[in-house]
Design a protein around this ligand. Sequence first.
Ligand code: ASP
Length: 588
Amino acid sequence: MYRTNTCGELRLADAGKKVTLAGWVQRIRKMGSLNFVDLRDRYGITQLVADDTADKTVIDTINSLGREYVIQAEGVVSERQSKNPKMPTGDIEIKLDKINILNAAVTPPFTIEDQSDGGDDLRAKYRYLDLRRGPLQRALALRHRMAIETRNYLDGNNFMEIETPFLIKSTPEGARDFVVPSRMNPGEFYALPQSPQTFKQLLMVAGYDRYFQIVRCFRDEDLRADRQPEFTQIDCEMSFVEREDILKMFEGLVKHLFKNVLGKTFDEPFERISYDEAMSFYGSDKPDLRFGMQMHEITSLVQGKGFSVFDSAEYVGAIAVPGCANYSRKQTDELTEWVKRPQVGAKGLVFIKFADEVKSTIDKFYTPEQIAEIAKNVGAEKGDLILILCGPKHKTQVALGTLRLEMGSRLGLRKPEDFKPLWVYDFPLLEWDDETQRFYAMHHPFTSPKPEDLDKFYSNKQEDLADVKANAYDIVLNGNEIGGGSIRIFDRKIQERMFEILGFSHEQAEYRFGFLMNAFKFGAPPHGGIAFGFDRLCALFGGQETIRDFIAFPKNNMGRDVMAEAPSVIDDAQMEELFLKSTVKKEQ
Ligand code: ASP
């Protein structure tokens, strides 16, 4: 037997027991006549001790140990002289009788402790060593618990976990596909799924009315910060449901996870706001509700008073930043530069220091009464700093929303241990793209338009189509979209019209999605679903900003596995076998 116990479980109550532990040497220390070894496994750290009177072979072996050696240690659990209240095993140590080196280790390139001295690149290259560290172990343990609790909840609600294929047909709509050449079908390619969307809908046609899967998805996108080319979704679909049924079921899932993983309960239903409201109050379709500082439109209030910058703007909006009226010139200058950064994109910043003495950059154009009126409209209190942006509506709302988040962060109002989940619903169905001069589905082409907007959906006017709302919803947590879904189109005619709006010819639609449209002929039930970004959900539950630590073997931000060095070139023979040098069959 390699071990009788783990390195995390022994307590004072075990004193006197003879035990055998196995694990990695974290640290070796000599203090006077005492030799200490900290032994680590994934359950914790236990201190081993031998004094100079111990068996000589024990002392010799300790002297020959290095960090990360794999050892087996036998001894008696004893009460410590000086206890360490910070460690769960801190009351005891193991008085060594025997110690046995199972495997030597070369010195690791960085310290394997909660605070490592290794940089990101080095730790990524030696991911298996990084994974020995406590923070990563805790992250993966949390992820495991999240997955188990997800399965428990969904299983308890009659969902079936069904696997869908990874080698599927490429349907270039949405993000770019990763493709896989087919050796047996020269010149043809599979795609890796961006999500199991079409398959889960086919499962509804097949009668599996509650489906889920914790599933890997692949998207070949330029990697923005903290995106992974392969990521995991909790993918779900239900039949015979309306939006309300879905929101209830999956609000239930999120509450179940909070309760069973973090011990947090939510007594109130999650807040719900429409897309339009989210944009006007928060300048974002994924608002962070951990703090207020809502945006207020003041366009009509400020126009016509002779200030041409406001007069010519489509939109003027403001936020009141609590307690910041005493900002210095230097601070407001810095904020002005901040909003002009390309990532924010505002042309300039107007501010009002709303204190006993009101100071602002627009004193020339507005009387003190008018300024007071603005302050009232944006809900400012004495002592607040009012920040105003103006310009084209959508762009300025987004910029003001970004500024709101920044001020929230600066004031420490976005605490990772606070959780504010909400639903955002009634998204636009379509998004116009100027470059390609066509509409794209904002969610995906299977999302149904709201029934009350069907007239506009069949209209040929661009502004009517842009106005159609989708029966789609997102679930948002602390400024992050953690899931999204929709009630689907299940009527073949509406689906055909959707493809037409997206600019597909009848033949193109047939070629890409014929299998789905065909299935709709055979009795498709009304259905809808949702998918959660599992990596992000885990990171947020773990109070972290980045998902990388919650994935055992992530890619770097160039999409590379720096440990195994993938992707890599393949040799000519392999290329030829895959017909990668021959002419590729074209899509009809
Ligand atoms: N398949 C969708 C996505 O990946 C989610 C859904 O509509 O269920 O975003």
